[in-house]
Design a protein around this ligand. Sequence first.
Ligand code: S6P
Ligand code: ZN
Length: 192
Amino acid sequence: MLDISTTRVTIDWLTGRLSGNAITSKEKRLGQLAGLFRHQEAFARMDPDQLVYTVQYWMPIDEGTPGGLFWGNTTIEPGRVGDEYFMTAGHCHAALNRAEFYAAVKGEGVLLLMNESGNTRAEKMHPGSLSYIPGGFAHRVVNTGQTPLTFVACWPSDAGHDYTTVASRGFGVRIRSIDDLPQVIQEVACGP
Ligand code: S6P
Ligand code: ZN
C-alpha cells in the first residue's frame, strides 16, 4: 500500500498566507525604498521603520532551475508618501520571456505593466482578480485602498529578477490620490 503524504506547504485562502518549513519571507520598510516615491520631502518626514510590504515565497527547487515554478504572496500595507500610494519596488524578470500570474486575495489596488518599449497600462486588482503578466513586462503593484492588499503569485523558477531597469526608468506613470481618488498620472518631477 502507498502512503498518502501531506503537502509540505499549505495556503490559508482567506489571507493568502503560506505555512510550512520551506517558506522564506522578506519585509520592505520605508527606509529600504529610498528613491522609489516621487515626493522626497514627504518621504524624509516619515518613519524609515514603517512597514510597506511583506513577501512570502515557496521555492521548491533551486532558483534558476529551468522548467520549475515558484509560489508566493505579497501584502502591501495601506499608506501614502505625499499623494502617492504605497507600492512594490517593481521589477522585470531577468529572463525577459518569463511570465507570471498575480491573483488578488483581499484589498484593492492597481497593477502597472510596462512593456519593453516603455508603454504602460494599469489593471485593477480586487478579491478574485487574476492578472497575467506577459514575459517582457515590468510589473509593480500599488495599494490604492484603506486596508492591506494581498495577492498571490506564481512564476517560473528561472525567471530571475531585474530591479535596476525599473529603478532607473520607472513606469512613466504614478498612481496618486487626486481628490481622494486613485488616478494614473504621467510622471513629472516633484514640484512645490
Ligand atoms: C516575483 C513576484 C512577486 C514580487 C513581490 C514584491 O516574481 O513578482 O513575488 O517579488 O510582489 O515585489 P518586488 O518588485 O519588490 O519584487
Ligand atoms: Zn515578477
